[in-house]
Design a protein around this ligand. Structure first.
Ligand code: SF4
Length: 346
């Protein structure tokens, strides 16, 4: 009996000691909400999409393969789109005088010095219209790129009027064992805007190209610019419905930026009142309204971005990094407790 009492007292003392002297850690459990796209981020992000496809971080390496553009060489037009300044978003190592392999090597080194190491790389053919050449030329260029051992695939930026069934069949063939995406500059779904910016094609051409590409099982992307002169916020919110109706995998948006030495810079000089400029907070707020209307399965690659200040005219947001923009978007979505597609109407 005495022994039992002793054991009881010992337990009591140990318990008392633990409660008194050991720090009691306050543990809070944060429940992670997973959205339709199996991620806790409030939009279907490009990084999640690549994680799912490749299981690691993927870095795009820009390549300039020396293509031109039918809206510049006279076959569609000569002046180009009124906003276009390819230099503004082409990294310095991208020189068509260098071989594709050399540009890939230099691009990988460039990114390795600046950012977190990526597990996989994609060659991003970004400058001008990267399907604007005979099929044989495309075979040579993309064959050389895909022969590079560090590459997991290619992303091909082009105009919707620079593809046909034969070229798309070629990309579909490549996509059997490598990642292949075709990214169309659509810019706006409104024909009056496409005419005003001297785009040289209409929206029906863009829809046809996207449908033909997606029908072949190729990852299909599109780029849009928000804030062209004479486009209202209501028009851009309605545009989200048109974008949803396209069989796209990814979408990319940019706020309108006006670049030096472009026709649009001259328009801005002449009649700045035709341009509605949103500051960064206003733009994020507005983009969230668009995002809420976007189909949840659409992967959002980008929603804004600033070209280097030396290229820009007109009002701008100053120096702001893409990571900061993304963090601000995430924060604001959380504050409002909203997400991509919560106002989506199928
Ligand atoms: S934006 Fe593209 S399509 Fe338009 S002129 Fe420039 S390169 Fe050509």
């Amino acid at each position: 009996m005495y022994r039992f009492r002793q054991v009881g007292v010992a337990f009591w003392n140990v318990g008392w000691f633990l409660v008194t002297f050991l720090p009691i850690k306050k543990v809070t459990y944060k429940l992670k909400i997973m959205y339709d796209w199996a991620d806790d981020r409030r939009f279907n992000s490009y990084s999640r999409y690549f994680r799912e496809l490749f299981g690691s971080r993927v870095q795009k390496v820009a390549i300039n393969a020396g293509f031109t553009c039918p809206n510049r060489d006279g076959s569609v037009g000569t002046g180009g789109c009124t906003f276009c300044n390819n230099e503004a978003f082409t990294p310095s190592y991208c020189q068509p005088s260098k071989s594709i392999a050399q540009q890939i090597d230099e691009g990988i080194e460039f990114h390795a010095r600046r950012y977190r190491k990526a597990g996989k790389y994609l060659a991003y053919f970004q400058s001008f219209s990267n399907t604007y050449a005979p099929l044989e030329t495309l075979r040579t260029i993309y064959g050389e790129a895909l022969a590079h051992p560090a590459l997991a695939g290619i992303v091909v930026g082009t105009r919707p009027d620079c593809v046909d069934g034969e070229k798309l069949d070629f990309f579909a063939e490549l996509s059997r064992d490598r990642y292949v995406a075709i990214e169309y500059g659509i810019e706006s779904t409104f024909d009056q805007t496409l005419r005003a910016i001297n785009r040289g094609h209409d929206f029906a051409t863009a829809r046809r190209a996207v449908e033909m590409t997606a029908a072949r099982g190729i990852h299909t992307g599109a780029h849009f610019i928000l804030g062209f002169p004479d486009e209202t916020d209501e028009m851009l919110l309605a545009q989200a419905g048109t974008i949803n109706s396209l069989p796209l995998t990814t979408v990319k948006f940019h706020q309108l930026q006006i670049f030096k030495n472009t026709a649009m810079a001259a328009e801005w000089e002449q009649s700045p009142e035709r341009f509605t400029f949103k500051n960064m907070e206003e733009y994020i707020e507005f983009f969230i309204a668009i995002l809420r209307r976007l189909r949840p399965s659409l992967v959002v690659e980008r929603f804004a971005g600033e070209a280097p200040p030396r290229y820009r005219v007109g009002r701008d947001w100053g120096l702001v990094r893409n990571e900061e923009l993304a963090a601000r978007l995430d924060r604001r979505l959380a504050e409002l407790d909203v997400r991509q597609g919560d106002l989506y109407e199928s």
